[in-house]
Write a protein that binds this ligand. Sequence first.
Ligand SMILES: Cc1ncc(C[n+]2csc(CCOP(=O)(O)OP(=O)(O)O)c2C)c(N)n1
Length: 344
Amino acid sequence: MVAERSLPTFQPTHVQVTREEGLALYEDMTLGRLFEDKCAEMYYRGKMFGFVHLYNGQEAVSTGTIGALRRGEDYVCSTYRDHVHALSCGVPPGEVMAELFGKETGCSKGRGGSMHLFSAAHKLLGGYAFVAEGIPVATGAALQFKYRRDALGDPSADGVVVCFFGDGASNNGQFFECLNMAALWKLPILYVVENNKWAIGMAHDRATSQPEIYRKASVFGMPGVEVDGMDVLAVRAAALQAIDRARAGEGPTLIEALTYRFRGHSLADPDELRSPDEKQAWLSRDPIEKLATYLLDQSLSDRDELKTIQRRVQEQVDEAVLFAESSPEPSPSELRRYIFAEDT
Ligand SMILES: Cc1ncc(C[n+]2csc(CCOP(=O)(O)OP(=O)(O)O)c2C)c(N)n1
């Protein structure tokens, strides 16, 4: 078992969560979990092709961060582990499932697949298959907000950008180059590193001279925040603070969310390298159960209501599969559509 960092403590009594907000967070995380459980089933039934990377266990990071944004105005940039980020952005589950099935009705018209979910309508800048590939894309999106607001004097350009990536990506050169520019130009961006301890089979601590990634922010003069990524309220509180700073023109924040993926790297990974003890320790911190316990303890909800939400979400997921299955495949006559290359 790889050495564990102790998770930062967070007092949920310090945050104000209304009943509606709490239930919305619960529903969003439940949608992420049940949607991906269904993905696993569909993948093993041969309905999807290529690599499919699931996010089970990390839902609090997506929900806590994206739920704190202005939906439809602020941008989100993802990685190949992008299904749940897309759902939190509001991309309809049917469109995400159809994309995974390679269908024309998918959010990338069936041309992208699991690792390349895009939606202009939902301000989703995309999933990217190369490690760290999204970091410059997201930084560019933040630069356009800054340029439009400051250089062109457009006060409506007060959006922020959230850029998600993994611990493995934080050792890539693009991470350092982009954080430098973002700090220099005070760009409105949150770099959210989802430290799930592993980059495929490489333990983060074995590959990284300074494994506490949030500390790397200090060399750029930007705030670095370490947060319990299994606690949606803690993530949300950190995100809200960073979003306020970004919108106020005070620049970027690096948030390191300590989290864990409950499944292998992809659905093709037998997941033999992580120890059963380590997996069990993190399974016992399930972020959805943690929020459920909070909602019940604070009398913000009851078990029947949470069950009703689960049932409603399961119906949505089942409908997404029916939609994907009954959707047409892209026509072979459109093979070259959306390809930006000139005939020679
Ligand atoms: C530039 C590049 N190098 C290598 C790979 C192969 N690869 C795919 S996923 C991965 C691990 C990345 O781990 P991390 O950034 O921690 O994200 P996680 O999978 O844990 O979400 C690697 C090395 C790649 N896709 N892109």
